[in-house]
Design a protein around this ligand. Structure first.
Ligand SMILES: Nc1ncnc2c1ncn2[C@@H]1O[C@H](COP(=O)(O)OP(=O)(O)OP(=O)(O)O)[C@@H](O)[C@H]1O
Ligand SMILES: [Mg+2]
Length: 256
């Protein structure tokens, strides 16, 4: 399968990743073709070990495809890309740095002009409800707040593409719902393209325009499910909708 060239924010064209060493020979993903439109929110679900994290690493340029092609904003990905944001399952904050300085780490690593970075950090701190905690250290924050800091750090340089690998997996159910609502709002405000890996079908559907359902390893795209929900998504009202349950049930069936 080929995808149209040029316009997509993220494009994979029959991408495969094979890990080979003396001990292993594992094909993590095979024949993955996918085109994500600019500003689109795509969730990725699939069995454990099917290559979801591998897929994100491929898009970020941390890994190279063994075959096939990967393009970001129309350009081939040939090495680590700096115009993306990455959020991991664990917030991975520096324990000795304050909230503000953890967020500004992104600017330091990129050599961004300090004044602009500081302004953007303040905007993000306000947007994610962290105002008042700028000088707190990570251990003084709840898990949800730590993930908000990680999200601010990932958004500081206004990335066109945001990659999220199970960012809310370690949070309790209620905090996770709040973070889902916040992420949806932030995504709509920033207009960034998002690829989110999650094990939660509800999270996948609530947040996304489309859900990629992967097969077991070697992972490939089993199906691409459009989410036919209004763009204004009040949480409980959305989950109570018949379209929501129907989409979630369809994904659950595909996952077996
Ligand atoms: N650096 C690596 N070297 C060797 N094998 C790897 C490497 N990274 C991943 N793999 C293998 O590739 C496969 C896919 O791993 P990956 O982490 O992408 O799965 P996943 O879908 O993210 O799983 P999970 O849902 O458990 O996070 C696994 O079999 C894993 O062992
Ligand atoms: Mg993973």
């Amino acid at each position: 399968m080929t995808v149209t060239l040029g316009t997509a924010a993220v494009e994979l064209d029959a991408a495969a990743v094979r890990f080979r060493s003396k001990k292993f020979d594992v094909t993590a993903i095979r024949e993955v073709s996918l085109a994500v439109e600019p500003g689109e929110f795509v969730s990725i679900v699939g069995p454990s070990g099917c290559g979801k994290s591998t897929l994100l690493k491929l898009v970020s340029g941390l890994l190279k495809p063994s075959s096939g092609a990967v393009r970001l904003l129309g350009e081939p990905v040939t090495g680590p890309r700096h115009d993306i944001g990455y959020v991991f399952q664990r917030a991975a904050l520096l324990e000795w740095r304050s909230v503000r300085r953890n967020i500004l780490l992104q600017a330091e690593m990129r050599g961004m002009p300090a004044a602009g970075a500081a302004r953007r950090a303040d905007e993000l701190i306000a947007m994610t409800g962290l105002a008042g905690f700028e000088t707190a250290l990570p251990h003084e924050l709840s898990g949800g707040m730590q993930q908000r800091v990680a999200l601010c750090r990932a958004l500081l340089h206004r990335p066109r593409v945001l990659l999220m690998d199970e960012p809310f997996g370690a949070l309790d159910a209620l905090t996770r719902e709040q973070m889902n609502v916040e992420l949806r709002r932030i995504w709509r405000e920033t207009g960034t393209t998002v690829l989110l890996v999650t094990h939660s079908i509800a999270e996948a559907v609530y947040l996304a325009d489309r859900v990629v359902v992967m097969t077991a390893r070697p992972g490939s795209v089993r199906d691409l499910i459009p989410v036919e929900l209004p763009s204004e998504r009040e949480y409980s009202e959305t989950l109570a909708r018949p379209e929501f349950s129907a989409t979630a049930a369809r994904i659950r069936r595909l996952l077996g």
